[in-house]
Design a protein around this ligand. Sequence first.
Ligand code: KG4
Ligand code: ZN
Length: 333
Amino acid sequence: MIILGLESSCDDTAAAVLVDGQLKSSVISSQLEHVAWGGVVPEIASRAHLRMIVPVVEQALREAGVSRFHLDAVAVTYGPGLAGALHVGVSFGKTFAAALGIPVYGVNHLEGHLYSVFLENPAPPFPFLCLLVSGGHTELIAVKGPFRHTRLGGTRDDAAGEAFDKVGKMLGLPYPAGPHIDRLAAQGNPKAFAFPRTHLDAFQFSFSGIKTALRYFLEEHGEAFAQAHLADICASFQAAVVDMLVRGVRQALTHTEFAHLAVTGGVSANVGLRKALAAVCAMEDVALYVPSPRYCTDNAAMVAMVGHFLIREKRASDLTLCASPQIPFTSPA
Ligand code: KG4
Ligand code: ZN
């Protein structure tokens, strides 16, 4: 079974080839056009996807050593994400599948992140708990079986990645700021500044408080101080975000008794978060599954993997498949 995965929900144009559940290629073209704007500009993203989708697909097929005529299915992200960006992947995916006479599978981007752990060996057995932390989402999910997952809780306001990006912008770091803060934090003292932690019950998170605290802190101390203490500020901010995430995970592990924890989404690439969760899991006797950093951030390998599961469940889409910018992260349960 040879699946072509496609991802174009935000600012990465990506294609991947999965053969019988084994990844053969994963190509990602990250749009650098947005750096100058300090965030993703939807119209620029759509145009860049249009320019890149064919060369990216051609490269993924070439690297996998697969002709397009050997493909059995196309799996494409149809939401959530930026409308115009999604339209490019969905239109291309449907047309490509129709021209080749093969089925197309619409993939929820959040399920993509969730299933990214199946790209690794070992993959978690069902059931497991998943912390999904990305630029748009911070969710705790109980995963009972394929496409049987329920949301236990999540953020009430900003996503964790959004907090990294907004604070990074205040610090003058390029977009997306998460990886820059991560790198600088490694050189700083996480106890240098005591930024507030918001602890809520019922598996809820909130990151707007720490973002505001950073804004006041920077206004009070000024630009020169911030630049002179950049590594310590990054380390202290990251420690606060990691503490909040870890507390929510511990709460969920205690209440649910899951023996397996998966951590996915762009922020799961964060070195501080990976270390802290490894320590918690060792203490709680829980097995931890985190994808390699290249499968944490947006990619098409995870989309192809969802396609692999959808094929088993015989859940093909038809050619009315549409980009759905706002679909929730739900399942029949
Ligand atoms: O999953 P992703 O690529 O896209 C979304 O679906 O949102 O996540 C992107 C987010 C951005 O907010 C980015 O700053 C953050 O993940 N991120 C990180 C790291 N790498 C990416 N945040 C903290 N530490 C990192 N190493
Ligand atoms: Zn994503």
